[in-house]
Design a protein around this ligand. Structure first.
Ligand code: SF4
Length: 211
């Protein structure tokens, strides 16, 4: 998935974390481990639907509307944070510039999409020199945009996630399963991760990390 993104490495240690991986880490460190450290993912109907829905969004180009200018698939990066990736859409409307991320499904109870969008904004701010107060996530299931304010709290959470992403990438080991069965139920990687089985084995063998 992220193999076509521009990522530079020094002695196999990534200097840039792909923006989409901030979403994965915000959801679950083990998910980040699978997708980024081990470069593994599972194809299922949800993943394929997401890829198909993204096809139109992933075509780079500029659209001039009466009240806005939309630029699709914009590459952004932050040297300060070591982050890089694409914004699905950068829109300028009424003198305000902000990122718009497209997601299949509907707004969920997990806010990892917010972290990814805010990470895009931090990159965009560094590239343009202008602060960005909010962004939007368009959910295909509801066909509505959800507004996401880039609060000081969210910004701090994202910066902490980026630091943790770099730390985990250097460590290079798969984190243990997250203690949240509801997240595992919603996770496409569950058949690969086997969180219940891994937890059970860990408790039997006394393993705590590295499974
Ligand atoms: S199944 Fe659970 S522990 Fe495994 S990657 Fe998904 S959310 Fe994380």
């Amino acid at each position: 998935m992220w193999g076509n993104r521009q990522m530079t490495t020094i002695e196999n240690v990534p200097t840039q974390i792909p923006l989409a991986m901030i979403n994965a880490l915000a959801y679950c460190p083990r998910r980040f481990g699978y997708e980024f450290i081990q470069a593994e993912m599972l194809m299922n109907e949800h993943v394929v639907e997401g890829l198909l829905r993204h096809q139109g969004v992933d075509l780079a180009g500029t659209t001039w509307l009466a009240e806005a200018v939309q630029e699709r698939r914009v590459y952004v990066w932050s040297e300060r944070l070591g982050l890089a990736g694409f914004c699905d859409l950068v829109e300028v409307r009424g003198g305000e510039q902000y990122p718009v991320e497209y997601k299949k499904g509907r707004p969920g109870k997990w806010k990892s999409d917010h972290a990814q969008l805010c990470a895009q904004a931090l990159c965009l701010e560094e590239r343009t020199g202008h602060s960005i107060d909010r962004g939007f996530i368009f959910y295909f299931a509801t066909r509505r945009r959800e507004e996401v304010p880039f609060t000081a709290t969210l910004r701090a959470e994202v910066e902490a996630l980026v630091s943790e992403a770099h730390r985990l990438a250097v460590a290079g080991t798969l984190p243990p399963p997250v203690e949240n069965p509801a997240k595992c139920r919603d996770c496409s990687l569950q058949p690969l991760c086997l969180p219940d089985e891994v937890r059970q084995l860990a408790s039997i063998a006394g393993w705590e990390r590295g499974l």
